[in-house]
Design a protein around this ligand. Structure first.
Ligand code: PEP
Ligand code: MG
Length: 603
């Protein structure tokens, strides 16, 4: 039995076979084609070349726009290599003569060229070998199509990978996925967030476990403790089977207790807090789950506090057309009506979909969110028009990610006016007063919150990024994951500043980072006077239940105490823990792991 400990990304225990997913290795199968497979393989090859050429053109134009001619030179060189008729004809001929798959021949042919370049005396030629590898990988990606790879998950399995993108997680979620375990990632990486919204047990940051796990190895994945057992021994299996049974019976009790009768949830002394939901998937199951959570006495009251539209890109493999976007947003707005839905414009970049093989050295500090939208105004306006159309029944809010400067906000306002004008001219219905909000997720935005609160209709605090950028800790990097903590006094001060700035201008504030779903942090959040929080659908009942057990007046005192007295994270957590403990809320709302960890600070 092997045993690994990583970062608990989402609770729950699952026992099942592994599926080892290796996203970096694209393997071309070596088998003889049936006679009727040759022509389709040749067609697929032409398709892969055309797609790759298109991608390279786009990247090259982008690189030129960003870094001038010099920046685009590599991609132009790759485009030229891809247009080399000698190589292309050789591949076509070999597919016909050898009757092997296009992927196999592409792999083999480009390997020959690569080997030739790698062994050259000329250093310039040796460098070109990397370009050949890039071209080969690009072609293979199109030839092997990720979906085909993934469709191998033909029975329930726990996916194990060195690294997974949010797009991988989404595609796997359509299969019989039991949970996942990755070597990379931190607790607020987007893969971990997706695990929570899918309600799947998951561990990230396992650092090197994947290499020791083969497909069909039996695993125990303990998402509560962040522990993974590979081919467990009988004792461990028996222990976990017993725990699974205990969890099942506890779940039934909680489900019976957890029925909600009121919205919005209210503290004992009458402060109402709206609890909405974050949503990133548009699968039928995800919508159905969110819809069922949105209803109280069969009336939709709870809406979406954050719709992460960028995840739709993995569905389409590129930015969906304006028509598709209009359909998706309008459908959601109608399904949740009269509850509001907050649609955030694409937050592409960072660890999320960027497409076309575009890579940056430091993506979280790079081309991300509103920066990309403002650099591509046509695409941005398309999205604004689609969101506006969905707002016709006045239950849509518009939210902007990664805002750092007032200038960015004003540019968006200008584009929004332009989009409204076009719809007016076409006689299309939309909400003239669609509320516009800014995400506070960069320290600059928090420090400058008064200026944003003056200009827009609401603020939404994104604690995942606010923590990452304030503490200089990459949220997706397992090596620094222990340093990532929303409960750092500096982060809490920035949140408090933002709330004060908004309320001074009578603008509401929402909090939609993962922190909103953490019971230990909730009294502090409530005490700051947050108007609305947004959490994963499966946290709604629990968080609403806790709100109803708190007194707003006491949480306000707690905030003062924390901000004035706590200097360190452990001190601060002890204070928050004692607050819950004194009110007998620890047992019901914190997991045993959280209790153990926080109690440890007091020793
Ligand atoms: C955040 O940063 O807290 C947030 C909600 O946005 P995302 O997690 O999508 O970056
Ligand atoms: Mg963010």
């Amino acid at each position: 039995m092997l045993h690994y400990t990583g970062i608990a990304a989402n609770g729950g225990i699952v026992i099942g076979p592994a599926y080892h997913y290796n996203r970096s290795l694209l393997v071309a199968e070596d088998r003889m084609l049936e006679p009727d497979e040759v022509a389709p393989q040749l067609e697929q090859f032409e398709y892969a070349v055309a797609r790759s050429k298109g991608e390279l053109e786009k990247i090259s134009a982008l690189a030129e726009h960003k870094a001038g001619k010099q920046g685009s030179a590599i991609f132009e060189a790759q485009s030229m290599m891809l247009a080399d008729t000698y190589v292309l004809d050789t591949i076509r001929r070999r597919i016909r003569d050898e009757k092997k798959s296009a992927a196999f021949i592409v792999d083999s042919e480009y390997n020959i060229h690569q080997h030739f370049l790698q062994t050259s005396e000329n250093p310039l030629l040796r460098e070109r070998a990397d370009d050949v590898e890039d071209i080969k990988q690009r072609l293979l990606r199109h030839l092997l199509e990720k979906q085909k790879w993934i469709s191998k998950l033909d029975h329930p399995a726990i996916v194990v990978a060195e690294f997974m993108t949010p797009a991988d997680a989404i595609l796997f979620s359509r299969q019989e996925l039991l949970g996942f375990a990755t070597d990379g990632g931190g607790a607020t990486s987007h893969v971990a967030i997706l695990a929570r919204s899918l309600g799947l047990p998951a561990i990230v940051g396992l650092r090197g476990a994947a290499a020791h796990i083969e497909t069909n190895d039996i695993l125990i994945l303990d998402g509560d403790l962040g522990e993974l057992f590979v081919t467990p021994d009988d004792d461990t299996l028996a222990r976990y089977r017993e725990r699974l049974m205990e969890i099942q019976s506890k779940k039934k009790i909680v489900a019976a207790k957890g029925k909600e009768t009121e919205f919005p949830p209210e503290t004992i002394d009458g402060k109402k807090i709206v609890v909405n939901m974050n949503m990133e998937l548009i699968s039928d199951e995800a919508i159905a789950e969110a819809e069922s959570m949105s209803k109280i006495k069969s009336k939709p009251v709870r809406g979406l506090g954050l719709l992460r539209t960028e995840h739709f890109l993995s569905e389409y493999d590129e930015i969906p057309s304006e028509t598709d976007q209009t359909r998706i947003y309008s459908d959601l707005a109608n399904r949740f009506y009269p509850a509001p839905i907050t649609i955030r414009t694409f937050d592409i970049g960072g660890d999320k979909f960027i497409g076309g093989g575009f890579r940056e050295k430091n993506p979280f500090l790079g081309w991300r969110g509103i920066r990309i939208s403002l650099d591509q105004p046509e695409t941005h306006i398309e999205q604004l028009r689609a969101i506006l159309r969905a707002s016709a029944r006045q239950n849509v809010k518009l939210l902007l990610p990664m805002i750092t400067t007032v200038d960015e906000l004003e540019k968006v306002m200008h584009y929004l006016d332009e989009a409204k004008q076009e719809l007016r001219q076409n006689g299309e219905a939309f909400d003239e007063n669609i509320p516009l909000g800014v995400m506070i997720e960069v320290p600059a935005a928090a420090l400058h919150a008064p200026a944003f609160a003056t200009r827009c209709d609401f603020l939404s605090i994104g604690t995942n990024d606010l923590t990452q950028y304030t503490l200089a800790v990459d949220r997706g990097n397992e090596f620094v994951a222990h340093l990532f903590d929303e409960l750092h006094p500096a982060v809490l001060r920035l949140i408090a500043m933002s709330v004060r700035a908004a309320h001074a201008r009578k603008k509401p504030v929402s909090l939609c980072g993962e922190m909103a779903g953490k019971p230990i942090a909730l009294p502090f959040i409530i005490g700051m006077g947050i108007d609305e929080i947004s959490v994963a659908p499966n946290r709604v009942q629990m968080i609403s239940g806790l709100i109803r057990k708190l007194k707003y007046s006491e949480t306000k005192l707690l905030v003062r105490k924390v901000l004035e007295e706590s200097q360190t994270i452990p001190e601060l957590k002890q204070t928050l823990f004692r607050f819950l403990h004194k009110r007998n809320l620890v047992e019901d709302f914190l997991t045993p792991v959280e209790i153990e960890m926080i109690e440890g600070y007091g020793k």
